[in-house]
Design a binder for this molecule. Structure first.
Ligand SMILES: Nc1nc(=O)c2c([nH]1)NC[C@@H]1CN(c3ccc(C(=O)N[C@@H](CCC(=O)O)C(=O)O)cc3)CN21
Ligand SMILES: CC(C)C(=O)C(=O)O
Ligand SMILES: [Mg+2]
Length: 264
């Protein structure tokens, strides 16, 4: 049965972990979907793992729309999320038109990087029937502002600030939160503070679900993997086997284990 945002909220309420991955093409989307993945994200990480850039900044809306169409064709059940890429929200009007492009390409929800400042945007999107996921913590489009891909929310003050901002975006109408590269304690606190599901990547084991970049999970990312990623091909003898193990470990709560977690 097709997975909806209502189903993800019910999974959180029932204490069932949500297993998600990125996907960029139809063949992998089909494999992930068959394995029972809950949601697939057409991430702007495609700029790095598909296009070969060293950041996500070169990705544009048409790139995400193209890959969203491909993923949607391969996918029967998973909820499809599409990233709004760098500078796709320069004004409210352009934000709405860009979100419409991604929804028409097959997305069920758009993901936007930021915090409290997004509240007006979230409200405008939701009023026009575009479901919104907010991405907080290490937001890769801000890599030049942060001075690198660094763990965020390490101080008590930053952690409290993230929680306040997350509550504000939930109140504005966001229905899902992705939190990236924060101490495990903050991932847990965010999941407890919010009613909407919180999907973590490098945010510890106590979020409502997990996401990984598919290339990291399959061990085909060039160079060093981020600390939070796990290569499931190291213990599998086929790609479907690796996908199945990832989903099973997320559902059981055994991924991420301590070596894939940041502490304060
Ligand atoms: N292959 C891939 N995987 C990802 O998870 C990913 C992308 N690409 N591209 C877009 C962003 C960039 N991301 C990244 C990239 C590097 C680190 C990283 O190296 N982090 C350090 C933490 C350093 C610290 O302790 O502050 C690490 O050791 O993992 C984290 C997130 C996450 N996203
Ligand atoms: C890493 C995930 C959350 C993402 O935003 C992406 O793949 O672009
Ligand atoms: Mg992204």
């Amino acid at each position: 049965m097709a997975i909806t945002i209502t189903k993800l909220a019910a999974m959180k309420a029932a204490g069932e972990k949500i297993a998600t991955l990125t996907a960029y093409d139809s063949s992998f989307a089909h494999l992930f979907d068959d394995a029972g993945i809950d949601a697939l994200l057409i991430g702007d990480s495609l700029g790095m793992v598909v296009q070969g850039h060293s950041s996500t900044l070169p990705v544009n809306v048409d790139d995400i729309a193209y890959h969203t169409q491909a993923v949607a064709r391969g996918c029967k059940n998973a909820l499809i999320l599409a990233d709004m890429p760098f500078m796709s929200m320069p004004s409210l009007e352009k934000t709405l038109l860009n979100a419409a492009t991604l929804m028409r390409a097959g997305a069920n929800m758009v993901k936007i990087e930021g915090g409290q400042w997004l509240c007006e945007t979230i409200q405008a999107l939701v009023e026009r029937a575009v479901p919104v996921c907010v991405h907080m913590g290490l937001t890769p489009q801000s890599v030049h502002l942060f001075g690198g891909y660094k763990v965020q929310g390490r101080s008590a003050q930053q952690a409290a600030d993230f929680i306040a901002q997350a509550k504000a975006v939930e109140k504005a109408g966001a229905q899902l939160l992705v939190v990236e590269c924060v101490p495990a304690s903050l991932g847990k606190a965010l999941s407890e503070a919010l009613t909407i599901p919180v999907i973590g990547i490098g945010a510890g084991a106590q979020t409502d679900g997990q996401i990984l970049v598919m290339h990291d999970m399959l061990g085909i990312t060039p160079g060093k993997l981020p600390k939070f990623a796990k290569n499931y091909m190291a213990q599998a003898n086929s790609i479907p086997d690796a996908i199945g193990q990832y989903i099973q470990e997320v559902r059981q709560g055994s991924f991420p284990s301590s070596e894939h977690i940041f502490n304060e």
